[in-house]
Design a protein around this ligand. Structure first.
Ligand SMILES: *[C@@H]1O[C@H](CO)[C@@H](O)[C@H](O)[C@H]1NC(C)=O
Ligand SMILES: *[C@@H]1O[C@H](CO)[C@@H](O)[C@H](O)[C@H]1NC(C)=O
Ligand SMILES: *[C@@H]1O[C@H](CO)[C@@H](O)[C@H](O)[C@H]1NC(C)=O
Length: 474
């Protein structure tokens, strides 16, 4: 692209910025060599089964006046004891299989001058070699795709044993037969590999939940922002990693920062959840009105030693006694702006700002606004993974109060400190933590279970490591 066309393409600077930053993933899934090896083992078990069902066509022909026919060719076993998987940059994965062996049996029939004979035979394949290149890509919906871009199979040794009276006769044509069967097999093996990749592997990779619905309001966009990226050591899936409102999705006013993935490789799979991922959750929940929380009087535990009413609060705000005597109260908590957190090597740092509006409940049940407090504090988060979901729990240090607005005149907010501490730690946090404990789904394929979880914090992202177990169907 010449300078001029760059200038034209970036005529609208904002658009140009949007285009150039849109490619940073908000979420990365990395499969390490250990993960690829596990996938290879599972894949080989499936392929062995598929190849054992391979159907070969009948073979007939004539060799030195012997007319022969081989029918009912049936593979009895197929073993793939040695295989290797390696990522290939810009393509996908290469699977090499060596020393494969198989057995096959069938019926034979020959005609030689006036002699006719028939029987069964057994064929042993030894030292078969296969090379399969899997191309990885993504479709327009951001789902991964996988296909066979190259397949070759070569069988170096085939041994046929005929059962029947006229064994010597068959020596006349066994070379021809072995070569024909070998060619037929070599072709069929690749046909079956392609079918198996299409029917099994493609189906499996397409179970990636590119739009993970969380509830009736919020979803997570886990679509690929680029085709899967193979490097010498790993296979990376760069995903959007964005929470959004199902009702109406809006553009996120900031972009994901690049994730400097460490070269850790002790786990099979790593998930990098950027601060972007968490902050879009903040936006989506804030926009959906889900970050509003009411505390009515009956939510205060009996043993709290106080109740939510104006006679209790008038100890700190004397004006209440006169203006709203002996009335029940309630708090309405909300976030004035979407909460925003940052992630660094020390963990998640998060100082959400919460508005707490106090109301008196009048005898006719309508609400009289009393005062508006702004609450903030340092929130610490503990993150874990359970049943394929990110779960968390929050704790808050000392909360800081300030008076934002008051309909009952000025008062010293410090008086309310212990009541607000109590509401935060005993009412709000348990409620929030119960929700966070349900967790949010990670982008994992169907029938994959995660174990041996590792949680680490890096600049701008949370790193989760896990080992993988594949649950076969049925
Ligand atoms: C406050 O109201 C309760 C019932 O709502 C009543 O039983 C109580 O006597 C009232 N106290 C005063 C001091 O008015
Ligand atoms: C409830 O009572 C207050 C004051 O007594 C009054 O201002 C308000 O209009 C009443 N609301 C309704 C819905 O009747
Ligand atoms: C939060 O932590 C920072 C640094 O650790 C500190 O400066 C700040 O005062 C804390 N805020 C509150 C509300 O405790």
């Amino acid at each position: 692209m010449g300078m001029q066309s760059v200038a034209v393409a970036c005529g609208a600077l904002a658009l140009c910025l949007a285009l150039s930053t849109a490619t940073n993933p908000g979420f990365v899934v990395r499969m390490t060599q250990a993960g690829l090896d596990y996938a290879r083992q599972q894949g080989m078990a499936i392929l062995e089964k598929e190849l054992a069902q391979l159907k070969l066509p009948d073979i007939s022909g004539k060799s030195r006046k012997v007319r022969y026919e081989f029918s009912r060719l049936r593979i009895t076993s197929f073993h793939l004891p040695h295989s290797q998987i390696t990522p290939i940059s810009n393509v996908g994965l290469q699977v090499s299989i060596s020393n494969a062996f198989a057995e096959l049996d069938g019926d034979w029939r020959v005609k030689f001058l006036f002699i006719r004979d028939h029987g069964s035979f057994n064929l042993k394949i030894e030292n078969a070699y296969m090379k399969i290149v899997l191309r990885l890509g993504s479709d327009t919906t951001g789902k991964p795709t996988i296909s066979t871009s190259e397949c070759s199979a070569s069988i170096s040794k085939v041994r046929v044993r005929f059962s029947g009276k006229l064994g010597r006769l068959y020596n006349l044509f066994h070379r021809v037969i072995e070569s024909k069967l070998r060619k037929s097999l070599e072709r069929k093996v690749c046909d079956n590999v392609a079918k198996s990749v299409h029917n099994e592997l493609q189906k499996q990779v397409r179970t990636l939940p590119v739009t993970a619905r969380i509830d009736d309001k919020i979803g997570i966009d886990y679509s690929l922002v680029a085709p899967p990226r193979a490097t010498a050591q790993s296979l990376d899936l760069n995903l959007k990693g964005e929470f959004y409102s199902l009702a109406h999705r809006t553009t996120v006013p900031f972009s994901p920062l690049p994730l400097a993935f460490p070269s850790d490789h002790e786990r099979m799979v790593y998930f990098g959840a950027s601060s972007y991922f968490f902050n879009t959750a903040g936006i989506a929940y804030h926009k959906a009105g889900a970050l509003v929380f009411e505390i009515p009087e009956d939510m205060i535990p009996k043993k709290a030693g106080f109740s939510l009413d104006t006679s209790v609060f008038s100890a700190f705000i004397p004006q209440l006694e006169e203006m709203y005597p002996n009335m029940s109260m309630k708090f309405r908590l909300s976030t004035p702006t979407a909460p925003f957190l940052t992630i660094g090597p020390g963990g998640i740092s998060f100082q959400p700002i919460v508005d707490a509006q106090a109301y008196a409940i009048l005898p006719n049940s309508s609400l009289a606004p009393l005062f508006l407090l702004s609450l903030t504090g340092n929130v610490s988060a503990v993150i874990n993974v359970r049943s394929g979901r990110i779960v968390g729990s929050l704790d808050v240090g000392r909360i800081r109060l300030s008076l934002k607005d008051s309909a009952v005149g000025h008062f010293q907010v410090q008086g309310l400190q212990s009541i607000m501490n109590f509401l935060t730690s005993r009412v709000i946090l348990p409620h929030l933590n119960a929700r966070l404990d349900e967790g949010f789904p990670l982008p994992v394929l169907d029938r994959i279970q995660l174990s041996n979880i590792l949680v680490r914090f890096h600049q701008n992202f949370l790193l989760l490591g896990a080992d993988v177990r594949f649950q076969p169907r049925g």
